[in-house]
Every structure is written in structure tokens, then in C-alpha cells.
Design a binder for this molecule. Sequence first.
Ligand code: ATP
Ligand code: MG
Length: 409
Amino acid sequence: MQIYKVGGAVRDRLLGKPVTDIDWVVVGATTEEMLAKGFRPVGADFPVFLHPKSGEEYALARTERKSGRGYGGFTFHASPEVTLEEDLIRRDLTINAMAEDDQQNLTDPYHGQRDLEERILRHVSPAFAEDPLRVLRVARFAARYAELGFNVAPETLELMRQLSESGELEALTAERSWKEISRALMEDQPQVFIQVLRDCGALKVLMPEVDALFGVPQPEAHHPEIDSGLHTLSVLEQSALHKQPLTVRWACLLHDLGKGLTPEEEWPRHIAHEHKGLKLIKAVNERFKAPKDCQELALLVGQYHTHGHRALELKASTLLELLQSFDVYRRPQRFEEFIVACEMDARGRKGLEQRSYPQADYLRGAANVARGVAVQPLLEKGFKGPELGEALKRERLKALKVYKESAAS
Ligand code: ATP
Ligand code: MG
């Protein structure tokens, strides 16, 4: 049997990027031989094994044929006769379809190295269209390598467009989509992911709520970039520039969905878009079965981001309600993520990226003040049950009034 490194490990070595996980392909072997060598099978009927020591993935060279809709609709053919070239042709992009032996001899039948040099993301063969997940993968690689100047080849974008129009994208499971989306959002330029999905028509299918923001104007005085879609891309970009976690990035992407619902007569104003957007945020959350913390933060940021921006003008009672809604007493981290999401929203405006955002520290201070109100003295006064809750609220309100006054002076 011959063993080759394939995929990302070869690509990233040639790009001079750190290689984290290595995928291997094994040519000329049978399942029985792999098991005899101590490899552990990954799934019952899938020719992929884990190395007994390193735990890395070793896949028998295989060919694939599409036999139905979605990912389930694939048949595999793995046998010792399948060649390396046959295995490589089923891969998504030319830059991912190179293999390397232990002497670093490159096998590159589909010119991945040339495309690496020319900074092109190009599909390997028309079979690309057999797995709609590749639309998301290409957009993700576009985001990852945007910084190096990579672009999607026009003919690949065209295939992606056809896939998006064919209805195949709908066949993707929430789990597979979310895995790509969440990885893409964690790249340095996640806005490129969304932009590429939009360019090929996939955004309209996957997240019509986000797609609908493009072409919707906002008041120029607050939003020099005007377009709501461009604003959303900038907010997402800021969240990556500021190294925010996935929860915040997800919330940034979805925070303004309500603006897509504003009747044209009301443009460029978006009255109550925060509230109107909630059902859309919920729909997107559920479509991709986003993790609970992402879902929660997106809804809270959607509902309250304008409160964040107006923090310094909020009455002490409104401030308290905000803090209560976030349960800052038990969930301090979530409120902090809300604050930074608001800051990213403010910075995601053309020409205002560097403007200071005093609301952030003001909100942090308010949370500290509310949290600082001690329960013990109230217990000692004999409050319990709902009355204790009420008394605690009164004390917090008092403290916030003092805080607000001292911040104003
Ligand atoms: P990463 O750095 O994100 O791990 P990678 O290219 O190694 O990038 P993997 O998901 O680990 O990506 O997949 C390994 C290889 O398997 C890819 O390089 C590609 O050749 C192939 N591959 C993975 N998923 C697909 C797919 N859906 N369609 C076609 N080829 C795929
Ligand atoms: Mg990999």
C-alpha cells in the first residue's frame, strides 16, 4: 500500500501556513489490511480509519457517485484498484486535490499548485455540483484566504450559482451547514464568506433574512454606508478584527434583520426594527440549530442593541430593566458579549470604525453597580421571597441613580 498526505495539509504547507490536522489517503489497500495494522474504523460502511497512535484520519482511496439528493445520496467505491488520481478528482477545489508522499513528491493532476500561485479557488471537475456543501466550503476558503488575495474562479462561481438555484442547498442538514458557517465566521474575514454566498445566490436560499438587507437604506447621518447589508458585513468584519468569539459574531450577523421588513414608505427609518427582527433571528437560529449560547445572544443583541447605543441617555429604571433582562447577576459573561456586540455595531459604520464607544464602559460600570448591591442587609431586615426580590430591585435602582448622576457630572 502507498500512503499520501492530502488536502489541507499539502495546501497549507505550500502556502507556508501552519498545518494543524493532517488527512491521509491510502492507495492499494483493503479494509482487512487496515484493520490488521491496528487502524480503527470511523464508521461502519465508510472507508475511513483512525491511526492507532496519532489518531489522524486515513481514508482508502475511493470514487464517489451521486445517487440521490443531499449528502446521504452518495455511493462510495473503495478498492485497492482505485488510483490516487481517481481519488483526487472527487475533491472540491484544485488546491485541495494535491497529494504528497513521504519524500514530499507532489501529485497534482488538476493543477492545484498553479491555482495556489494564481490565488484561484477553482473546482476540480463538474462532479463538484454533486455536493451542495461545497458551496459553503468554497465561500469559507474564500474568507480564509482573502487576505492572501484568493478569489473564486468565475466558472466555479457559476457552478455555485447553479447549485443554489437547483434547490440542492435545501437538502443540506442543519449540522453540516452549521459546521461550515461557524468555522467560516471564525475566520479573519468572515464578511467575505457572506459576500461570496451572496454573489452566487446561496445567501438568498440559506439566509434570505440576511440577503434581504442588501438594497435597504438607512439614514445617512448615522450610517454613512447607507446600505443595511453593507453595514451588516462591516459589523461582522469588525467582530473579527476585534477577535470576538462565535457568539458575538453570530449576533453581529443577525442583529439588524428587522430592517429587511421595513415597508419602503418608511425608508430610510426603521422604527421598531429591533422587535420586528426577533422572529427572523429565531428562524435563522433554528434553521441551523445554532448552539444555545449563540441563539440567546443573537436574540438579546437583536432586541437591545439600540439600548446599548443609547446607554448614557437611559433612565436608571430602563438601565435596570436591561440588566435584569440579561440576568447580569448570574450571567456576567453574556452581558459583556452584548456590550462588545453593540460596540462592533457602532464601529461597523463607514468612517466611524475608530470612534470611541463610551457606552461600553458605562454599561460595564452599571452592571458592576447593580451586582454590588448586597443581599445580606436585606435578609437581615427580614425580607424574603418575592418581597426580597422587590427590595433588591429598589436598592439596585437607587444605586444606579447615583451611578448615572456621578457619570453625568
Ligand atoms: P481545513 O484546513 O479546514 O481542515 P481541509 O482542506 O483539510 O481544510 P477537510 O474538511 O479537513 O478540509 O477535508 C480534507 C480534504 O477532503 C479537503 O482538502 C478536500 O480535498 C476533501 N473534502 C472534504 N470535504 C469535501 C467535500 N464536501 N467535497 C469534496 N471534497 C471534500
Ligand atoms: Mg483538514
